[in-house]
Structures are given as structure tokens and as C-alpha cells.
Ligand binder design. Structure first.
Ligand code: AMP
Ligand code: MN
Ligand code: MN
Ligand code: MN
Length: 283
């Protein structure tokens, strides 16, 4: 426990806890610096800040932005998550987050239409009730949970493997903001642009290297360290690339709640000698 957790979710996106409950739980676990990084939404951040006044914990403004990138040699688009932290001018993110939320709401409907074709069941209203009617908060996790509850699958992961991930019948192609524009917008807001969980995109080692080089070229600031559950060789590969490009590092649990028990609030990887934490830049 290092007391720093810079990647967490509340029920503003696919987390289980309210922003207030998340802050309280983090404080009780000994976290002193916390970023709430919901998917494409900062709607919970002020609530987290307000709740923090009752505890000995500092809240860093944050959001996890769904982005896309591609290799010039192919037309294929890859998804990537960029964690934006410590924005001084959050209003600069307004237009982008507004567009992302529209994309998210539209995509949820399209996914449910595809599911209905295969499963002959309309999941949309169920999914919508999971987000209190806020269609722009719907993530694929909410849809996976609806599939689980209806016993279409036995585990959340199965929902992705059988229906929701790329190449599967209910997958909807990417329509997120481009990586270059994401980084530029974060910098306009005077925030820090962090490449989230580089080992979680199902990319080959070659494509991870390509992505890290691209992120560096586009002015990205830092890379999130892989969770402790990754193998030593995977961690080494990421550490080497961090050194090669001179990235700072960020640490976050990607906590969602008890429904994803592998990511525990406040449990973060340990820095290697020479690595510089992004929190050194916080004011
Ligand atoms: P979304 O941003 O709506 O595409 O949903 C992203 C969330 O879905 C992430 O936070 C992951 O927790 C989960 N997710 C995405 N892809 C997968 C996958 N292949 N397997 C399991 N969970 C996934
Ligand atoms: Mn999530
Ligand atoms: Mn993510
Ligand atoms: Mn996340």
C-alpha cells in the first residue's frame, strides 16, 4: 500500500460505489491521494472532492478517455484508454466529453440491437435501468452484467468472449476520439496524459512497442504500470519502454467494485528504481 491510487471508477460509469462511498472506502484503506477516473465522464469528480473534506484524502481531477489509434500500414483501428489527471482547466474537456458521451449512448443502442438479433431478447431497457436512465454512462460492462443476470453467460468475461469483444456478433466498431486529439485536449486543460494499462488491449509485443512510440511522438506524458498480476517479463518489457522514452509512471488499481475482485482499491504496483511518479507534478 503506497497510499496513491490514480485510476478508479464510481457508479458514474461502471463502478459499483457512488463517488462519496468510493472516497470513504479509499480513505479508510489509507489512500491519501485518489483520482476518480470514470469512463468519458467527470460528472462524479466534484462529488468526490466534496466528500473528501470529511477525510484525510486529496482528490485529483481525472477521467479515462476512450480513444483510438491506427498503424499507417493498415486501416485497422485499435482502442486505447487514456487517463487524464490533474486538469487545471476542466472546461477545456467539455466538448470532447460531450461528444464521447453521445458516441457511448448511440453505441449502447447499436450493441443491444445486435444482441437482440442473435438472442431474440431486448436488453436495452434493462441496461438503461442499471445506469438510472443515463444512456451516456453505459459501458460494455453494464451490458455484460445484463447478460449475466439473464443467465445468457455464467461469467462477465464470457459476455465479452462470446458477444461483446472485437470479432464477436454484438461488437460495434470504434468511433472514439483520435489519440492525437485526446492528448492535445488534455494538454489544453493543463492535465497529464497517461497511457492506461498498456498490457490490457490484447496487443502483440510489436504493437505495444508501436503504441508506446506513437504515444511518445504525440506528446504523451506517462504510462501506467501493469498490475502486479502481470508476469515479470511483461513488466520488464513495459519498464524498458518507459526508460527508452523517458515517460513518467502512474499507478492505479482500476478499481470497479467487488464484481471485479482482481482489482482492489489502493492495490497498485511498485515503482522500479529511477521511475518518476506523475504525482511529483501535482500541485
Ligand atoms: P467500454 O468503454 O464501454 O468499451 O467498456 C470498457 C470496460 O469493459 C472496461 O473497463 C473493461 O472493464 C471491460 N472490457 C473491455 N474489453 C474487455 C474484454 N475483452 N474482456 C473483459 N472485459 C473487457
Ligand atoms: Mn470500466
Ligand atoms: Mn480502461
Ligand atoms: Mn478503468
Amino acid at each position: 500500500m503506497q497510499g496513491i491510487d490514480l485510476h478508479t471508477h464510481s457508479n458514474i460509469s461502471d463502478g459499483a460505489l457512488s463517488p462519496e462511498a468510493l472516497v470513504e472506502k479509499a480513505a479508510h484503506l489509507g489512500v491519501h491521494t485518489l483520482a476518480l477516473t470514470d469512463h468519458d465522464s467527470m460528472d462524479g469528480v466534484q462529488r468526490a472532492i466534496d466528500a473528501s473534506t470529511e477525510h484525510d484524502i486529496k482528490i485529483i481531477t481525472g477521467v479515462e478517455i476512450s480513444s483510438q489509434w491506427s498503424r499507417p500500414s493498415t486501416n485497422k483501428k485499435y482502442g486505447v484508454h487514456i487517463v487524464a489527471l490533474n486538469m487545471q482547466h476542466v472546461e477545456c474537456l467539455e466538448v470532447v466529453l460531450c461528444t464521447q458521451k453521445r458516441v457511448r449512448a448511440e453505441r449502447a443502442q447499436l450493441i443491444c440491437e445486435k444482441l437482440e438479433k442473435v438472442l431474440k431478447h431486448d436488453f436495452y431497457s434493462e441496461v438503461l435501468s442499471r445506469v438510472d436512465g443515463q444512456a451516456d454512462h453505459i459501458t460494455r460492462n453494464h451490458i455484460a452484467q445484463a447478460l449475466l443476470e439473464n443467465r445468457v453467460v455464467n461469467r462477465l468475461q464470457q459476455a465479452f468472449d462470446r458477444f461483446l469483444k472485437e470479432g464477436k456478433p454484438a461488437y460495434v466498431g470504434l468511433n472514439w476520439i483520435d489519440l492525437a486529439q485526446t492528448i492535445q485536449t488534455i494538454h489544453e486543460a493543463k492535465g497529464i496524459a497517461i497511457l492506461a494499462h498498456p498490457t490490457r488491449y490484447g496487443l502483440s509485443a510489436t504493437n505495444i512497442r508501436y503504441l508506446m512510440a506513437l504515444f511518445h511522438q504525440l506528446g504523451g506524458d506517462a504510462v501506467e504500470l501493469p498490475p502486479r498480476t502481470e508476469t515479470a517479463s511483461t513488466r520488464q518489457m513495459i519498464d524498458r519502454l518507459i526508460t527508452q522514452y523517458g515517460f513518467d509512471v502512474s499507478i492505479g488499481s482500476d478499481f470497479h467494485g467487488d464484481h471485479m475482485p482482481w482489482a482492489k482499491l489502493g492495490q497498485t504496483p511498485v515503482l522500479k528504481d529511477g521511475q518518476v511518479g506523475v504525482w511529483e507534478r501535482f500541485n
